[in-house]
Design a binder for this molecule. Structure first.
Ligand code: DI6
Ligand code: FE
Length: 410
């Protein structure tokens, strides 16, 4: 569609479309039936009824007839751990035989087995394996993805992982946010000295990697098998000193006060939230923290305690949905399947699911000014679908209805 000798300023008009704008003020999906969208220089300049576009403007533009297909904002996967070495298929078999995730983690498997494989892998190995997963997400209309480190756990291996994250954004037409998750697990070399690891992280690793421009946000895993609220606070203080936004893996396996901790630090999001209570949700609401729901991890762990969706609604906490793509608890590369799971397992409505992979996912990344809805001024990141109604995107399992994907107008 794009020509390299394209003079700046030429508009592209997608005509004859049904739009789900997800615009903030609109009700439901912000649907426009006979819709059109115009992009110039990668940005949306118009999204609305097509009869508002004068004929001479069409004549000057490059026109794409959507033949009544639906256009949504490009999908945003706002929580993934896409870059890692090896896989954990063997642990999957152990869990099938009755071992629990926590037992495997405590015996040196789990996250630490991926840490060993990631440390051994070269940058090229990591790029090659991550690209296969990234391409699967892109094929479903993902135009922005967040990728966390956290399988390196020393400065060299975290740097290697984050460099891979940055490289992926150069190799593929997709926007990538890099999140440093060095507080994911205690690395083996610090097994007897937790405090020293947290100290290293806060005083050396975060400042060094941030200075290299490799970090867009800092995340931590607050859990009894990971880091305590006090340790997370140390890490978040370091992030805050550098002006980096924070996110938190909160209350996934137990209620550790993660929602309130995320609120205390004004986190962009608190993620998982299976065990968050009303006080935690209320704290998140008053601090403007978004909730990121990760139903595939819940499914894989055969968790039975669902996140407090009714409370999140009651307190109007924006809910995002993401894949959590990772080798252990969510070896999944389909955001559409995550939406189906959010509906079936957590009871989200179709509208909530679609907002969760667009507008609210943008919010969870702090990118709501630039992406997540079809509104003038935002990037022209679009997903064009061969569907009759938006519910089909959530209803099907393992079916990809994407017709075309547009990133930054191309
Ligand atoms: N929670 C998760 O679900 C992933 N990380 C985290 O903090 C799991 C990571 C893994 O098992 O490799
Ligand atoms: Fe995660």
């Amino acid at each position: 569609m794009a020509e390299s000798d394209d003079p700046g300023g030429v508009e592209t008009i997608w005509l004859n479309a049904r739009l789900a704008t997800l615009a903030s003020g609109a009700t439901g999906l912000g649907t426009i039936d006979n819709g059109a969208l115009i992009a110039r220089d990668g940005r949306i300049v118009f999204a609305g009824p097509q009869d508002a576009i004068p004929a001479d403007r069409r004549a000057r533009a490059r026109v794409v007839d959507c033949e009544r297909r639906w256009i949504t904002p490009g999908l945003i996967d706002c929580h993934t751990h896409l870059v890692y070495g090896g896989d954990r298929a063997r642990e999957f078999e152990m869990r099938l035989a009755g071992a629990t995730y926590e037992e495997i983690a405590r015996s040196g498997g789990g996250i630490l087995s991926s840490v060993r494989a990631t440390r051994e892998a070269s940058e090229e190995d990591l790029i090659r394996s991550a690209l296969r997963r990234l391409d699967a997400l892109i094929a479903e209309g993902v135009t922005t993805i967040e990728i966390k480190s956290g399988y390196g756990l020393d400065v060299e291996a975290e740097r290697k992982s984050l460099r891979v994250v940055r490289r992926l954004a150069e190799i593929r037409p997709v926007a990538v946010r890099a999140t440093l998750l060095a507080a994911h697990a205690l690395p083996p070399e610090f097994a007897d000295d937790r405090a020293a690891y947290v100290e290293t992280l806060a005083e050396r690793m975060i400042p060094a990697l941030a200075a290299e421009g490799l970090v867009d946000a800092v995340d931590a895993f607050c859990e009894r098998i990971a880091f305590t609220p006090a340790e997370v606070a140390r890490v978040f203080d370091a992030a805050r000193r550098l002006g980096l936004p924070v996110k938190l893996h909160a209350d996934q396996l137990s209620n550790g006060g993660g929602g309130a901790l995320a609120a205390k630090f004004g986190a962009l999001s608190a993620d998982h939230l299976e065990y968050t209570d009303e006080a935690g949700v209320a704290a998140m609401a008053s601090a403007g923290v978004a909730a990121v729901l990760l139903p595939a991890a819940y499914y894989v762990l055969r968790e039975t305690h669902a996140p407090p969706v009714a409370l999140l609604r009651k307190y109007r906490v924006p809910m995002a949905v993401a894949t959590d793509s990772n080798p252990g608890t969510s070896p999944m590369t389909s955001l559409l399947l995550a939406l189906n799971m959010a509906a079936t397992l957590f009871g989200l409505t179709v509208d909530e699911c679609l907002a969760g992979a667009t507008r609210n996912a943008a919010r969870a990344l702090g990118l709501e000014a630039d992406i997540g809805t079809l509104e003038a001024g935002k990037w022209a990141d679009l997903a064009i679908w061969d569907i009759e109604q938006p519910a089909e995107l959530v209803y099907r399992l393992g079916f990809n209805a994407l017709h075309a994907r547009v990133w930054r107008g191309q």
